[in-house]
Design a protein. Sequence first.
Length: 616
Amino acid sequence: MDKFLRKFKNNNNFSFDNIMRIILFLIPLIGITFKSIIFQGFVINQDPYSLDILAGYNSAKPFINYYYAFTLIFISFSLLFKGKGRVLYLFIIDIIITLLILLDLGYFRGFLTMPSVLLLSQTANLDNMGGTISSMFSSKDFLLFIDFIILGIFVFLTRKSYTRVKKRAPITFIVTLLLGILYIGYVPFNLHVLKNEDVKNGYIFSNYDPTNTARYFSPVGYHLFDLYNVYKDSMPYNLTEEEKSQIEEFFNKKESLPDNEYAGMFKGKNLLVIQVESLESFVINKEINNQEITPVLNELVDSGLYFPNIHEQVNEGTSSDSDLMINTSMFPLRRGSTFFRYPNAKYNSLPLLLEENNYDTIAIHSDKGSFWNYAAGLKGIGFEKFVDYYSFDIDEEIGLGLSDESYFRQVTPMLKELSNPFYAFTVTLTSHGPFDLPKEKRALTLDSALDSNELGGYFQSVNYTDVQIGKFMETLDKEGLLDNTVVIIEGDHTGVHKYYNSSIEKLSQKEDWYLDNGDHTVPFIIWSKDIKEAKTFDTIGGQVDIMPTLLYLMGVPNDKYINTSLGRNLLNTNKSFAILTNLDVVGNLTQEEKEMYKNIVDLSDKMIRSNYLEDN
């Protein structure tokens, strides 16, 4: 090989070293672009763990020049280095971009969207999540690292070229950098400066959507746009007069119906909310091998009020977004976690409204307060007390932390110390993915294939938590706390179908109800000893609708929250719908209503950022 290279060098007028440097430049340029195509090959599938490179290429093909252009911007800086420094820079930038694409891929598998740079400020969320994170990656991801092998072999064979020629190429750098920038900037320049709205591909620069942005501009381009958007959103926001008018119009168009038998049904009673980790509606009243998965919840459904069609509306803040919606009836931010970005925003919240009626309020998490910035976020919402990990005896850990059995055992005395009436917001943890409940805790008898699958693990985990809820309520009853308490059970977001749907698809024997039917619903159960007639409501709703529904039951006057809550009272409505975080609408609405509710999701973001409710 060395003889061939020497012969090639001696027989060609064009510098052999120049050719080697060009090839050195092209390998990471093509390699990173190919990785972006591989990324599309994963995310284009319903199963993002399966790779279809051809489909990924076809998805990326119309925009492939943008892939090269964004990559070129980063690669061009190598021309400012000389000799081994250039080689080292190319390896480092390739590694950084590869790890970023790998992070994007893992995050997409978990959340079906792209991560924002804001997540870098949320590293506290990584505590105890090793198992969950590792389950987000596939053995096929090694394809992202193939170009390192090619680049390493090439550099080794041509190593003398970099020690022999040591010079920078500043002019080539400027030309290369400008080529990338000008190509990328051509369309927005025509759109925003020349006002030429007919320019080709203009649509890809409008309507920010993380997944589409990654498709149009590659993951590299997405993160540059994300940095710009995060910077832009970090600026203080002032609502325009038009936006204020749209908010007022939304509230003015809310339903106004006569009260029914549920108005003030539980006025003066204690309110206990149990938010169950990853609880989906599909397991309620279902059996495996003649075993009920959720016998306790089934009994509560049969003797309480039940809404099985509550669609999850969490965004990038996942569980913390549920905390936000349940207690404020506001949609979470479109980018980043609301609790991290605006922990001190003002709300007309469930705890504050109940405190006006002399309620003692407390939020009890077994996570550390730094996780999702719960401590600052929940105190900011208005809870008088916040209890976290440091107030518990961590005597039994399962998965992410304190077991639900130990958690509920330790919560009981905390509730007894509260003044009546009280509002307690409690959150379980054990049924968090990857649903690897220890063998000795698994009470369901499942066949080995199902039990080793994430779906079987989910059934076991939910069953475990269900049993602990039953024990908790028995203890509360013995303590006399259930006689004057309304118990609410709701799920923070979907679980096995949100993160492991592809694993369910791989089961050779599966029931139809195992599969994702697109509902993405979480249960909402209302139970009290005072409920005389149980009822299941077919009404479609979302998590933002839970707070006004609870306030209606607790006897808080409608005018106290009608003009600040974005949800509606599900116990007194003629509408059946939910607006999802991706702006899809589930249910029957007119086109005008659909546009209004899509708009209010965006306006909710702006209301939080501008602290709109501080003065309203």
